[in-house]
Design a protein around this ligand. Structure first.
Ligand SMILES: Cc1cc2nc3c(=O)[nH]c(=O)nc-3n(C[C@H](O)[C@H](O)[C@H](O)COP(=O)(O)OP(=O)(O)OC[C@H]3O[C@@H](n4cnc5c(N)ncnc54)[C@H](O)[C@@H]3O)c2cc1C
Length: 321
């Protein structure tokens, strides 16, 4: 086997597909747990996710630019580049949002002010969007099957056991169990409300609303709870509070679903993308942005495997940093 990818979430599947399309024999080994990639909200927010300038901005923007073509090749995955809206209701929230507008405009990014009755400040970020991450996972599995990727169900106990010329570690929150990496789980809970969805993703009140078909998704908590993915009553109450502030009245709509997933966090909030040791590549630690960063991560993995120049400087994302 040319390459074995450990982990079949969005990062592993996107990487496996890219490697198979570059002419390699590829397998994915996945334990089959509920994954972050299933639990996510599907927001594609390179600017929303960088409250301060960090190397994540360029990585996220490059990935967002790849999205339209990447998603179109995979089929109907609910990709929409419709922008996102940020609302500030208090002086403190307005100051934070204003600071974000200032540096992003200075960096040449697009940010537009909007009128929004109840909010002190409303900013629209036109170069953002969303995707239906669950449809995307299914589409990636189908594309991998078409490209000849073999998906094996099983748990890898140690990377040395994996026999392949290249091993790619994409085990999300569990990556630190297989390599000396500081990746830790950050639980996120979400609910789906039977409430009319907003026109686009709306951020504010410490959370967000996402239109998903006829439903409104509300996210997300951020908790240190180890590997426990059980949703809690406290999480549900917090999420209903976010809904009440962002779309008053929606908190009284029936809660159709309530779930949680584990974001693969890193100490500096940046993903880990690079060579761990000869023949082993790490593509993990995508924290809040793995859905956004899937296409660019796949390109980077392909470049590292083939010894080509990656699409951007990987120094900030090195495993050894
Ligand atoms: C509530 C919530 C909301 C989010 N919202 C967004 C969003 O709006 N936009 C965005 O871009 N990102 C979002 N994220 C983050 C995003 O979901 C993650 O960054 C991304 O899914 C990580 O993908 P992954 O493939 O690395 O990990 P995962 O999806 O967790 O997949 C890892 C896989 O590896 C497998 N595995 C682990 N260990 C082993 C082993 N030893 N052997 C075999 N298999 C193994 C697991 O079973 C799992 O299937 C959100 C996350 C959460 C929890």
């Amino acid at each position: 086997m040319d390459a074995v990818v450990v982990g079949g979430g969005i990062i592993g599947l996107a990487s496996a597909l890219e490697l198979a399309e570059s002419g390699l024999d590829v397998a994915v080994i996945d334990r089959g747990d509920p994954q972050a990639s299933w639990a996510a909200a599907g927001i594609l927010g390179p600017q929303s996710e960088t409250a301060q300038p960090t190397p994540l901005l360029e990585l996220g923007r490059l990935s967002f630019q790849l999205y339209p073509q990447w998603a179109a090749r995979l089929g109907e995955v609910g990709f929409r580049a419709g922008g996102t809206l940020h609302l500030a209701f208090t002086d403190e929230e307005a100051l934070q949002l204003e600071a974000m507008r200032r540096w992003q405009l200075a960096a040449g990014l697009r940010v537009e002010e909007r009128k929004q009755g109840r909010a002190q400040l409303a900013l629209f970020f036109p170069d953002e969007g969303q995707v239906d991450n669950r449809k995307l996972l299914e589409a990636l599995k189908a594309a991998c099957a078409r490209a000849g990727v073999e998906v094996r169900r099983g748990a890898v106990a140690a990377l040395d056991e994996v026999k392949a010329r290249h091993v790619v570690l994409c085990a999300g929150s569990w990556s630190g169990q297989l390599a000396p990496l500081n990746v830790f789980p950050v639980r996120g809970q979400m609910i789906a409300l039977d409430a009319p969805p907003p026109e686009c993703v709306v951020f504010g009140a410490g959370g967000y609303l996402v239109p998903r078909g006829a439903r409104t998704l509300v996210g997300a908590t951020s908790e240190q709870a180890g590997f426990d993915i059980a949703p809690t009553e406290a999480g549900r109450a917090w999420l209903l509070g976010v809904a009440a502030r962002l779309q008053p009245g929606s908190e009284r709509a029936p809660v159709l679903d309530h779930w949680a997933g584990l974001r693969p966090g890193t100490p500096d909030g940046l993903p880990i993308l690079g060579v761990l040791k000869s023949g082993v590549i790490a593509a993990t630690g995508h924290f809040r942005n793995g859905i956004l960063l899937a296409p660019i991560t796949a390109r980077i993995v392909r470049a590292l495997v083939h010894g080509e120049k990656p699409p951007l400087d990987l120094a900030p994302f090195q495993p050894q940093r």
